[in-house]
Design a protein around this ligand. Structure first.
Ligand code: GDP
Length: 276
């Protein structure tokens, strides 16, 4: 998605409208770079509701970094749950966090002598953070569409999940607030911002830099390239050589090699490496 003002206005309005229909907002962040996925302006819109941060794709993130992010966000007063939507790890914690967040509101309803209905929840997040996968994971086999409720839901579909939680079936699309070049590169590496904004080569060189810093051994174990004092470009060329990714005349095919690197990182083939 290439965000331009028209899109942003429409997406923001959609979130504003839908937020009115729910009790709780689950904001998915990529566990590898949760802070980079945030957007304080959009968080302000949802702050009237209970907000729970989900650090999704925890299976791809460095566990110590995830624990640290969790602690940091909790210290800021947020409810935070780490989740792997591809395996379902953390799903129980998510349901519990929703119940906890709803408890106060449920108590108030009881005190007023009103019926306590199921909590209604909306999932929001930047592109590719795993919103659809997360929803499918929580809903699982127990999918039960409660149907559009005219006048109340304006055509929205609600999906009832285990333990009486209702999810809005369409997640809300957010965009990150990009403050600097490095954050942009992280988001590009995570496939959250499109390649129109960054070239694959730029992102791959950033990845090599990150690996040099955080996990230099991976460059050797994965690509059989010894890392010493070379530049990122030299490492890229060496990886191309080892792989036999060469153009006519034996020139390293940098395009193909960059693509390989990005794919390997995104799929978790390089191990659990966090960026924030
Ligand atoms: P959306 O654009 O936010 O709805 O994201 P999708 O649900 O389409 O997911 C984007 C990609 O991330 C897909 O290839 C998913 O399989 C993958 N994905 C989603 N959640 C997880 C997760 O927790 N772990 C891993 N490893 N992959 C995930």
């Amino acid at each position: 998605i290439n965000w331009y003002p028209g899109h942003m206005v429409k997406a923001r309005r959609e979130i504003e409208e839908n937020i009115k229909l729910v009790d709780i907002v689950l904001m998915l962040l990529d566990a590898r770079a949760p802070l980079s996925c945030r957007n304080p302006d959009l968080e302000k819109i949802v702050s009237r509701k209970k907000l729970i941060f989900i650090l999704n794709k925890m299976d791809l993130a460095a566990p110590a970094a995830t624990r640290q992010h969790q602690k940091m966000l909790q210290q800021d007063g947020y409810s935070v749950v780490a989740m792997d939507s591809s395996s379902g790890k953390g799903a129980k914690d998510v349901v519990q966090a929703i119940k906890d967040a709803y408890a106060e509101q449920a108590d108030r309803l009881v005190q007023k002598g009103r019926r306590v209905r199921s909590p209604r929840v909306m999932v929001v997040g930047v592109p590719n953070v795993g919103k659809s996968t997360f929803l499918n994971c929580l809903v699982g086999q127990k999918i039960a569409r409660t149907g559009a409720k005219p006048g109340i839901t304006r055509g929205k579909q609600w999906i009832r999940v285990r333990e009486d939680v209702e999810f809005m079936d369409t997640p809300g699309l957010m965009w990150p607030k990009v403050e600097d070049v490095e954050q942009g590169l992280k988001l590009a590496l995570l496939d959250i911002v499109g390649e129109n904004a960054y070239s694959e080569e730029e992102v791959a060189l950033y990845l090599i830099r990150t690996l040099q810093e955080k996990a230099p051994q991976v460059i050797f174990t994965k690509y059989k390239v010894e890392v010493g004092q070379q530049s990122e470009q030299e490492i890229l060329a060496a990886i191309a050589q080892k792989r036999g990714y060469l153009n006519k005349g034996g020139i390293p095919d940098s395009e193909k090699t960059c693509h390989l690197l990005l794919q390997d990182y995104r799929r978790g083939n390089l191990g659990k490496i966090s960026l924030d």
